[in-house]
Design a protein around this ligand. Structure first.
Ligand SMILES: Nc1ncnc2c1ncn2[C@@H]1O[C@H](COP(=O)(O)OP(=O)(O)OP(=O)(O)O)[C@@H](O)[C@H]1O
Ligand SMILES: O=C(O)C1=C[C@@H](O)[C@@H](O)[C@H](O)C1
Ligand SMILES: [Mg+2]
Length: 184
């Protein structure tokens, strides 16, 4: 939505939604919220444990409930989990309640960036490349459906990536001035 008071970031796992999102929030004076981290805080358990105890279905239910609540706030930058776009109601909330940024990443970049990562349960498989390609097959069109702006995806020094993102966002995000008011 443009104009809007929120920024939401979507994109594949390892795209940089959390790391770059944090920097963008600081730049724009928005409250940073990371959907995965919020789920972990509320459950008192990490994402791996939530998947193990409640299955992907339980995780997705929690993800949708929180996305609904957090996206209703004003003046937030929310980094979503990579699979949040799978749900149609999530996609509607994202589109209706904020300006949606898409951080792209190639499968090669994902494999390199997440080589030592063990925190993503859906990547706990023998053939990570095949899993990531299958995810991209389903999800790319969904990122495209919700996003209004694609950010740069190349590997670089994080402050430089953030600066390039800010230059692009400044060109197309019409910030709703009421964003500076406190929430009702
Ligand atoms: N443009 C970039 N250049 C180099 N490294 C990057 C870039 N963007 C992110 N990274 C690195 O990639 C790793 C994954 O980034 P991050 O955790 O922010 O991804 P994410 O999109 O939040 O993933 P997830 O959806 O699984 O939460 C981090 O180690 C981060 O420092
Ligand atoms: O790709 C996904 O579906 C996921 C990505 C992570 O951000 C977490 O939300 C969780 O591991 C699921
Ligand atoms: Mg993240």
């Amino acid at each position: 939505m443009n104009p809007s008071c929120n920024l939401f970031i979507v994109g594949p796992t390892g795209a940089g939604k959390t790391t770059i999102g944090r920097r963008l929030a600081a730049h724009y004076g928005l409250a940073f919220v990371d959907l995965d981290q919020e789920i972990e805080e509320r459950c008192g358990a990490d994402v791996n444990t939530v998947f193990a105890m409640e299955g992907e279905e339980g995780f997705r239910r929690r993800e949708s409930e929180l996305l609904e609540a957090l996206s209703a706030r004003r003046g937030v930058l929310m980094a979503t989990g990579a699979g949040a776009v799978l749900d149609v109601a999530n996609r509607r909330h994202l589109r209706d309640r904020g300006f949606v940024l898409w951080m792209p990443v190639t499968v090669d970049q994902q494999l390199e960036r997440l080589a030592r990562d063990r925190t993503r349960p859906l990547l706990a498989v023998d053939d990570r490349r095949a899993r990531l390609e299958a995810m991209a097959q389903v999800r790319t069109a969904l990122y495209a459906e919700v996003a209004e702006l694609m950010l740069p995806g190349e590997d670089d020094h994080l402050p430089r990536v953030s600066e390039r993102c800010i230059a692009l966002i400044d060109q197309s995000w019409q910030r709703d001035p009421v964003a500076h008011e406190s929430s009702p």
